[in-house]
Design a protein around this ligand. Sequence first.
Ligand code: C5P
Length: 341
Amino acid sequence: MSHLTVIPGGGSRRPARAGAATSVRVEAPGKVNLFLSAGAPGADGYHPLTTVFQAVRLIETVTARRQSYAAAGTITLSLEESHGLAGTPGTSPAGPLPTDSRNLAVRAAQLLAERTGIDDGVDLLLRKRVPVAGGMAGGSADAAATLVACNQLWGTGLSLGELMALASELGADCAFPLLGATAVGYGRGDELSPLMTRGTYHWVMALAREGLSTPEVFTHLDQMRSDSEPGEPSDPGEPAPVPAGLGAALRAGDAAALAACLRNDLQAAAVDLRPELGQVIGVAEQAGALRAIVSGSGPTVAALVPDATSGVRVARALEASGLVAGTVRCDAPVAGARVVG
Ligand code: C5P
């Protein structure tokens, strides 16, 4: 993916400040990977992917507020609320979410400011609904929402394509929440192409007590593959293409057919690192899920259910199992990052 160094005309696109909004609120969705095939890592350490993202109705909200002139020039972040459990909104496996430049939302605002020559600063307020370090791209959704919010607040006027290029610099999963709905991702997963789908899909997300690190899961996958004999099907150089059946199931709105096509190459590595995830998958499928898979690099397990009612049953069974920190039910697909206030 090409990286922008300068946004042409960025600095000159700012409107007069008189009458400009003092705050902009943006929502952006989390995601589940319906399909993820990973090839062997390249020289940059990244794995070439073929993946299908679906945006789910677990929504991150970023409010960007203009600063007083006295404070101008700083980028601050506060979290709207924080629960005590890792794997649930507000905390990471390493403790409370950082609010400095380790946070993708802050990095997104910094990157946009740098590339457009803006030094106004901004106060960001983040409300999290996507599990932290859960394999559902919550941090990426925060970055996407921040880019859209600051682009509007600062009047920088970048196009969706320009914002997506910036998002890709922040992380492989950061561009998708700008697009939302359902899309295939190639390359690092950031070269996106929308997919046509019909209908609504119902998911139950089983949250883990502790997050998993994405690089650790990818590295473990490489380790498992190198431990197997070269040439075995588990040792691919190139990622597999999206099966025709998956596209057909999505176009037909057929959840059962989609279930049969779900695939995640990272699942074996995540389950090997965290064996109880295998049990979580079993509980969900026994309770009526069409199929349950690890979401992205995990440890969230995403159970595709036939309808909202069976979702309640599956969620109850998961909670009764004692294996999960909690469950959230959501439908999909939903739109990408958008201004709501
Ligand atoms: O791009 P992002 O920072 O989200 O990726 C986190 C890590 O996940 C990378 O540093 C890399 O170790 C791993 N990764 C990968 N191949 C991808 C995407 C991510 O190996 N396509």
